[in-house]
Design a protein around this ligand. Sequence first.
Ligand SMILES: *[C@@H]1O[C@H](CO)[C@@H](O)[C@H](O)[C@H]1NC(C)=O
Ligand SMILES: *[C@@H]1O[C@H](CO)[C@@H](O)[C@H](O)[C@H]1NC(C)=O
Ligand SMILES: *[C@@H]1O[C@H](CO)[C@@H](O)[C@H](O)[C@H]1NC(C)=O
Ligand SMILES: *[C@@H]1O[C@H](CO)[C@@H](O)[C@H](O)[C@H]1NC(C)=O
Length: 438
Amino acid sequence: MVEFLGGSSMKFLAYFVFVCWFTVPPVEGRVRHYKWEVKYEFKSPDCYKKLAITINGRTPGPSIIAQQGDTITVELKNSLLTENVAIHWHGIRQIGTPWFDGTEGVTQYPILPGDTFVYKFVVDRPGTYLYHAHYGMQREAGLYGSICVSLPDGESEPFSYDYDKSIILTDWYHASRYQQAAGLSSIPFVWVGEPQSILIQGKGRFDCSTPGIQADLCSATNPECTPYVLTVIPRKTYRLRIGSLTALSALSFEIEGHNMTVVEADGHYVEHFVVKNLFIYFGETYSVLVTADQDPSRNYWASVKIVSRNSNTTNGLAIFNYYPNHPQRNPPTVPPPGPHWNDIEPRLAQSIAIKSHKGYIHPPPQTSDRVIIMPNTQNRINDNVRWSINNVSYNLPHTPYLIALKHNLTHAFNPFPPLEGYDFANIVEINSFLYKPA
Ligand SMILES: *[C@@H]1O[C@H](CO)[C@@H](O)[C@H](O)[C@H]1NC(C)=O
Ligand SMILES: *[C@@H]1O[C@H](CO)[C@@H](O)[C@H](O)[C@H]1NC(C)=O
Ligand SMILES: *[C@@H]1O[C@H](CO)[C@@H](O)[C@H](O)[C@H]1NC(C)=O
Ligand SMILES: *[C@@H]1O[C@H](CO)[C@@H](O)[C@H](O)[C@H]1NC(C)=O
């Protein structure tokens, strides 16, 4: 267990926001304390004004910057007035602290309006992770951010770079999250449709001249929707820590005229491979290395496109800015259109290329003590389609499961379905349109 060392580093830490690269004095297992207030605020991340959920006034929220072995404490005040909150630390293993996992209804009661709750956990692996709301659809309203865990001093990664930056990609809908949730649970199901824009680190661009858009809600000159700028120094190498927290969209990320070397996937070092487009699905993170080795007299586009669905959403654009060019100077070129939405070859090639880095292979045990089969299906329940595991679909329990376990409240659990009689060979029977056994 790591002792709480006091709050002397608090103010110091608050300044490290987007840039993860920094040096710290060689102290084992520091405590990094964050104080967050979660609130409603009107924001115009894509020029269109919408009620968002912010942390300390911002979306994405502040980045958590730490070193392996550090203890993170987040003192979270819920100032939403009429809504609960819980935050999930995506990719953090929570060894010894499952109650701080942030999954409302499973590991904790939600944080009530006006309440403050302190999360406290150890980041035990280096890598790129995310945090996001785990109550209702608050993540879609902007309640998310990045977690960047570097190695202890004196240890190095199996690659080198000069600086690093965290970039989170999301899809952004103008319909409220309540409207989206109501549609998803309606009979028949109502889909909200394609996202209105793609946000790159919280910035996107919706065309305010779209017919039917109220002029006072959308302004193309709002400084909140200037493109995200990634400033680079010529010849330096950057580690981009890219995460996706889309609701639905699979994405392709590329930087015009630059290849990227993939070095990390979901917190694991991988054998290096070069891509022009990085394909990324919701909940994933990658680190890619990019060297600013092109003509430095101009800027370049970074472009994000929805793939795997024939979406008509405009590509998200950011500016890859070579210092000292003006950061907002548009590149002289047409942004790259991105891959065709249903060109699966490069996506498959990327998946196949991901292999654990040779120096970091943890072979699985040769034998198992116990085999647990968890069929994951989509069941039709009262004309609704619901995801199920072991044929059980999740309903919010009255008592969070972990708390029920602690207090021996066994009646709080769904009866576990008998797996005898479960027709594995014909799972397709309960799952008429998704999974077909070979
Ligand atoms: C990117 O990689 C491709 C394939 O290896 C190569 O043909 C191309 O020249 C590279 N581009 C740059 C800018 O390095
Ligand atoms: C995409 O299609 C939808 C449905 O037809 C339409 O409402 C929307 O305006 C289109 N978006 C763009 C960017 O063309
Ligand atoms: C739960 O049951 C276990 C085993 O019977 C017992 O040791 C423990 O004290 C019980 N806990 C509570 C909170 O009742
Ligand atoms: C699985 O659930 C479906 C309803 O969604 C039910 O019809 C079926 O009998 C269940 N199968 C088993 C083996 O429990």
